[in-house]
Design a protein around this ligand. Structure first.
Ligand code: NI
Ligand code: MN
Length: 226
């Protein structure tokens, strides 16, 4: 699958012939200055929770592309009220068959409120299955033994985990999460954007190597094949 990193926790994956964009936060991110939001393609926009650093560009991209927003119920409803036409508001444990394959919302240990302070429900992660393979994006979360359930039911090609610590898992817990879900490689996200989540890249890569895992840290704007 083709994976493109747009900085912070925003990335897109080509799966099942569709472009899935996750947690778009580009225009307010100084590290992603060179990314032109107006050129980002999306058939679906998957939003893990309501925090500003995950939803900033959802409305613009959804309106321009006509992409369907897939999100926890309260987050999806908030976007509907903001005029986003195509919204699939789901909830934890629920799965749906869609053009690209299947998506299931998993639990995440974090918080969720919308940028205007309204209730954002509970944060989620996503398991995506397609003809090209399956992957798991945990969303912002602590390490949780619930991740073992993901590993029991899905054979994953890769995972995407936050590794910046402070607001989410750090690298050590992300490595345990990789074990829980049964992946040997994962993409690290949610680091470097803000001072408390500055990452020691070398130390993180070393920790992954010592744990027998492949940690992928694509540059912002870089596409990789996984
Ligand atoms: Ni958050
Ligand atoms: Mn976040």
């Amino acid at each position: 699958m083709n994976f493109t990193y747009y900085g912070h926790a925003c990335f897109s994956v080509q799966a099942g012939g569709k472009t899935l964009l996750f947690d778009p936060f580009i225009s307010p991110n100084p590290l992603a200055k060179k990314i032109d939001v107006a050129k980002i393609a999306a058939d679906f926009i998957l939003v893990s929770h309501g925090h500003g650093d995950h939803v900033a560009d959802v409305i613009d991209i959804a309106k321009r592309t006509g992409a369907t927003v897939i999100a926890p119920y309260e987050v999806g409803s908030w976007f509907e009220n903001k005029g986003v036409k195509n919204v699939q508001a789901m909830n934890h444990g629920g799965a749906a068959r869609i053009d690209f394959g299947r998506v299931k919302l998993t639990s995440a240990i974090h918080s969720s409120s919308m940028p205007d302070g309204s209730y954002g429900g509970n944060p989620c992660g996503f398991v995506v299955e397609s003809a090209d393979g399956a992957f798991y994006y945990s969303g912002d979360t602590a390490l949780t033994s619930d991740m073992k359930l993901v590993g029991e039911t899905s054979r994953l090609s890769f995972a995407v985990f936050p590794i910046g610590d402070f607001f989410t898992m750090g690298i050590d817990d992300a490595l345990r999460a990789a074990d829980f879900v049964g992946v040997s490689r994962f993409v690290g996200v949610h680091y470097d954007t803000f001072p408390p989540i500055k990452l020691d890249h070398e130390a993180a890569l070393k920790a992954a190597q010592a744990a027998g895992k492949e940690l992928l840290l694509p540059a912002i704007g870089e596409s990789i094949n996984i």
